[in-house]
Structures are given as C-alpha cells and as structure tokens.
Design a protein around this ligand. Structure first.
Ligand SMILES: Nc1ncnc2c1ncn2[C@@H]1O[C@H](COP(=O)(O)OP(=O)(O)OP(=O)(O)O)[C@@H](O)[C@H]1O
Length: 243
C-alpha cells in the first residue's frame, strides 16, 4: 500500500460534483462530460483512462482551470472554480497547477535553465531552477537549447518547468504519447518520483492501460461518464511495467 492509499480517507485537493460540459448548442451539441463526480485526493497518483473522445482532456482542462464546466461544481481545496472569473482562474493555474502535455511547448531560443526560469520568475515560492533540473536528472544539460535534446529530455524539461513553482497538482495529458517505450518509461519515472518525493498530486491521462499499474487509483471514462474507479493491489514502479 502506498502512502496515499494508507492515508485514506485523505482530504481531496480537487473535487468535482455533477460536472457537465457541453460543446456547442442545439442539434450539433457534444456532451463531453455528463454528471461526473470525483475527488482527487491529496498526494495520490490518479490515472485517467478511456477511449478517444470519452472526455479525459475535457475533465483535465476543467480540473486545471483552463476551461469551465457547463454545469456542476469544481473545487480546489474548498475554493469554487466553476464560475470563477478569468483573474481567479489565472491565479489558480499560476500558483497551484503544473501542466505537462504530449508536446513540450518549450521556447526554442531559450536554454533549458531559461525555459524553467520563465516560471520561477513569476511564482510565489519557487524552487531554484537547478533543483528542478536535478529532479529530472538534467543538470548537465542546463545550458543547452531544446533542439539539442531528445524528445524525452525535452519532456523532462517541461516537467521541471511544471514543478518548479511547487504546484499542489501536476496534470499530465498523454505525457508519453510522443515518446518511444524506453524514453516514455524514463518520463514516467520522473513523474512518479515527483509524486512520491514532493507529494505532488498527479493526474495522468494515457491511452496506455499498462501505465495504470503505477496508479493509486485508475478512473475509466466512457462517453463522458465515470465507468469505473479501481484501486490496483500494489502500485508498480515504471520499471515493472511492460507494454
Ligand atoms: N472545443 C471543442 N468543441 C467541440 N467539441 C469538442 C471540443 N473539445 C472536445 N470536444 C468533443 O468532446 C468530446 C470529448 O473530448 P476530449 O478531448 O475530452 O476526449 P478525450 O477522451 O481526451 O479524447 P482523446 O483521447 O482523443 O484525446 C469529444 O467528442 C470531442 O470531439
């Protein structure tokens, strides 16, 4: 049993209730989320699985304050976000959320260290840039440019940038989607280490069901609804996963 499982019932860091998201209106409306209820517990590693179009990114974007629901509640540590104004959502994202996407979105003209300091310069209580780079094992590459790095190394820079502000939650949308098997595992190891060493709550979307073995809980979405929530018997390390 992992620390996050042992600590149950933990206080939710994020809570969504009766969440709905509809894109468009009238006949062409798409119901991306229909009545989703979910607590994300502090410190847990949550994996979101589901077929393409099942609503994973929509849910992650609402959890991260990148989008608002059509109906229902989203709370971060008790603070309501569903109807929050733009300034409140910007502050929420800036102070509390780290994002990692499939593509790394690094600034090509800045070095690795400079890409990370873009975030530490505006964060309230950031970790030193070199501490963030050490966490992703990229200290020797701090003065290199993104074009000089492999895809997996660039993704680790993106992770360093996401965690340097010490966010409560790390939201990852297909973080290994563009990477080969071995590189994907290295990136997962970094995310798992940040989750366990810093206690950062991690929510990871993946198409790869094998990654679910790393999770404290696995949430399956189907057609905009939660189809199941499973607790794996033992949380595996990325090295123990195979696919
Ligand atoms: N901006 C948008 N406008 C209209 N429909 C949208 C929009 N964004 C998403 N959708 C629709 O909402 C549904 C859920 O999309 P979402 O991206 O959340 O799914 P997903 O599970 O993340 O899929 P994938 O695994 O392919 O990324 C899909 O039917 C999608 O087409």
């Amino acid at each position: 049993m992992t620390p996050a499982q042992a600590a149950q019932p933990a206080i939710p860091v994020l809570r969504v209730h009766a969440l709905r998201k509809t894109y468009g209106d009238s006949a062409s409306a798409v119901q991306a989320l229909r009545e989703v209820d979910l607590d994300v517990r502090r410190g847990e590693f949550l994996v979101l699985l589901g077929a393409s179009g099942s609503g994973k990114s929509t849910l992650l974007n609402i959890l991260g304050g990148l989008d608002r629901p059509t109906a229902g509640d989203v709370d971060f540590m008790g603070e309501p976000l569903a109807q929050a104004d733009d300034d409140t959502l910007t502050r929420y994202r800036r102070e509390h959320v780290g994002f990692v996407f499939q593509f790394y979105n690094l600034i090509p003209s800045l070095t690795v260290a400079e890409n990370v300091s873009l975030v530490t310069d505006i964060a309230a209580d950031p970790m030193p840039v070199d501490e963030a780079l050490a966490l992703v094992a990229l200290t020797p590459r701090r003065d290199h440019f993104p074009s000089q790095l492999s895809g997996g190394e660039q993704q680790r820079v993106a992770i360093a940038r996401a965690i340097a502000k010490r966010p409560q939650v790390l939201l990852c949308d297909e973080p290994t989607g563009a990477l080969d098997y071995a590189t994907g595992k290295l990136v997962l190891e970094v995310i798992a280490r940040i989750n366990s060493e810093l206690g950062t709550t991690a929510v990871v979307i993946t198409h790869n069901a094998a990654i679910a073995g790393m999770a404290d809980r696995v949430v399956r979405l189907s057609d905009g609804r939660i189809a199941s929530i499973e607790v794996p018997p033992r949380r595996l390390t990325p090295a123990e996963l195979s696919w």
